[in-house]
Design a protein around this ligand. Structure first.
Ligand code: PLP
Length: 582
């Protein structure tokens, strides 16, 4: 494609995007298709000869768009927002056009320097502790943009693992992998499944801590578990607290968790605020960021709640040197003479990095902190509105504390009518929502996501939800009245009573196609949490790339060293809590 063709088609694509955004409501929010739909429409092999761009665009509209879920549709209430905005799309276009791969300062000085500046703007806008801000006096910390929150969690865990192993091995030559079976991480059962994935990848144990009825990690159980594990000779090394859990947007008490973590020197506290961390841009939400001063690392995704398109996930660490030393490799072909320039390749997994800071810079400049605050406040007001509508209807209940944009609601029936309600909502194509289990109950997650969401969007959605619910409840009532009477004393259901109580058989069974149409937003370890009484996952099978004799020697040496090292790991029961919290 030459520059004139690019200009022509570029303008067409921009026009298409504008048209798409303006008329999006005319489209169904999600398609009703079965897997494999596209295979039937596209050839099995790539074309041998060039095709016209016009044909490609036509196929895009006719074949690709019908299979798209419209995350920026006013009736998209699923997952969390995808954080799109026009300024960020334009910033990303420029980043793609420039195409610089900014892994080191030398490979693209502007990318490296803008990332540092924007990460500091962002940290200051969120009111993060100075320790995370690289240009704050005396700070050893800083931030970097990663591809996803999952990556942030993994990078933090790997850094924590390196720090713990270094502490354990001291000056010995014991192979690092020898210590893997000892390392144990902790997260609440409501934490995101990316924590479970990270521990699997890092070959370390994960202990799952129960949550309270509001979905917050039980700090008493965390403290107990750490103590028990330390007493059993394990090394607690990583705790993940979540601000804004996926299932119910619950906020763990970081202050209390932080105080517990402070008592054990080997523990790294990571705070995952993938969605809700962005809300700290509002002073009134900072009640939930209290305690971040205890954290070693913190992540939040501007691509969820800060109007920045995927991918962009911000990670800050208190000590950049620890992060860099955990991930540092330095082959000759990547070295350069500008030692004062930041090399972001040491801050994450990939070598090559997109110029992501550009889109975030565009967003900050075009909205300003005030514009971003207004956007989030609007989501909060609308979520509260929806919550009020649900609470006013005695057939429904709200199960979570609504602090931000997420409302978890359900009909006061058994789970099955709620499954059916969600299936009908999504099957209609007019709205899109996802389910979750919150505090042991099946709930429908209603998340305000659209940038320009209005009260009308919320009212329309509620009226449609009620319409589907009425149909389902009518069927349920019919089932109840036509079923043989069951004496009250024989009822075994533990479901709460309401206008429709007990667990009547549902006439409308979900068809396969329907049931495929909603996905499940899963927090950590739900299956494991239910299936394992111990709540312990052992992803730990150390990889040893040494011969068996060396392994034997390593283990002997480790046993001796461990005896000496045991004194290093403070027994948390001996620590004065007041002193630790100072
Ligand atoms: N952490 C939390 C709390 C989340 O809600 C999510 C996803 O919704 C993630 C982590 C994973 O995010 P990502 O898709 O950026 O890896």
């Amino acid at each position: 494609m030459n520059v004139e063709e690019f200009r022509k088609y570029g303008k067409e694509v921009i026009d298409y995007i504008c048209q798409y955004g303006s008329n999006i409501e005319e489209r169904d929010v999600a398609p009703t298709l079965d897997p494999g739909y596209l295979k039937k429409l596209l050839p099995a092999d790539a074309p041998q000869s060039p095709e016209s761009f016009k044909d490609v665009l036509e196929d895009f509209e006719q074949k690709i768009m019908p299979g798209v879920v419209h995350w920026n549709h006013p009736k998209f209430f699923a997952y969390f927002p995808s954080g799109n905005s026009f300024p960020s799309v334009l910033g990303d276009m420029l980043s793609s056009a420039i195409g610089s791969i900014g892994f080191s300062w030398a490979s693209c000085p502007a990318a490296a320097e803008l990332e540092t500046i924007v990460m500091n703007w962002y940290a200051k806008a969120l009111g993060l502790p100075k320790a995370f801000i690289s240009d704050a006096p005396g700070s050893t910390g800083g931030g970097a943009l990663q591809g996803s929150a999952s990556e942030c969690v993994l990078v933090s865990l790997i850094t924590a693992r390196a720090r713990a192993i270094n502490e354990l091995k001291g000056h010995t030559s014991v192979h690092d992998s020898v210590f893997l079976p000892n390392l144990i991480a902790y997260a609440s059962r409501e934490a995101h499944s990316s924590v479970e994935k990270a521990t699997k990848m890092a070959l370390v144990k994960l202990r799952i801590i129960d949550a309270d009825e509001r979905g917050r990690m039980r700090v008493d159980l965390l403290q107990q578990a750490i103590q028990n594990d330390a007493n059993a000779g394990l090394t607690p090394f990583f705790v993940v607290a979540t601000v804004g859990t996926t299932g119910g947007c619950a906020f763990d008490d970081i202050s209390e968790i932080g105080k517990v973590c402070r008592q054990v020197s080997s523990i790294w506290l990571h705070v995952d605020g993938a969605y809700a961390g962005n809300s700290f841009i509002l002073p009134e939400m900072r009640v939930f960021s209290a305690g971040l001063e205890y954290a070693d690392s913190f992540n939040t995704n501007p691509n969820k709640l800060l109007l920045t398109n995927f991918d962009a996930s911000a990670l800050w660490v208190r000590d950049v040197m620890v992060l860099k030393s955990a991930l540092n490799v330095n082959p000759l072909y990547l070295r350069h003479e500008h030692i004062n320039g930041v090399d972001y390749r040491h801050y994450g997994i990939p070598l090559s990095r997109r110029f992501r800071a550009l889109k975030l810079w565009f967003v900050f400049r075009t909205y300003g902190v005030k514009g971003l605050q207004e956007y989030i406040r609007n989501h909060m007001v609308l979520a509260k509105k929806f919550e009020m509508l649900v609470r006013k209807d005695e057939r429904f209940e709200v199960r979570n504390d609504v602090h931000l944009g997420l409302v978890c609601f359900r009909m006061r029936t058994g789970d099955e009518p709620n499954h059916l309600l969600l299936a009908q909502i999504n099957h209609s194509g007019k709205m899109h929502m996802t389910p979750a289990k919150f505090n042991g109950r099946y709930v429908i997650r209603f998340c305000v996501t659209y940038e320009h969401a209005t009260e009308k969007d919320i009212l329309d959605a509620w009226n449609q939800i009620k319409g589907f619910a009425e149909e389902i409840l009518r069927d349920v009532q019919l089932e109840i009245s036509s079923a043989p009477a069951t004496p009250e004393t024989e009822r075994t259901s533990s479901e709460p009573t309401g206008p429709v109580s007990g667990k009547p058989p549902i006439k409308k069974k979900l068809t396969r196609t329907k049931s495929l149409r909603f996905s499940f937003t899963r927090s950590i370890s739900r299956e494991q949490f239910q299936s394992q009484s111990e709540h312990l996952m052992d992803g730990c099978t150390p990889i040893l790339v040494v011969d068996p004799k060396t392994i034997q020697q390593n283990f002997q040496q480790a046993a001796e060293d461990n005896q000496n090292n045991n004194t290093k790991l403070k027994d948390i029961s001996d620590v004065d809590t007041d002193e630790a919290s100072n």
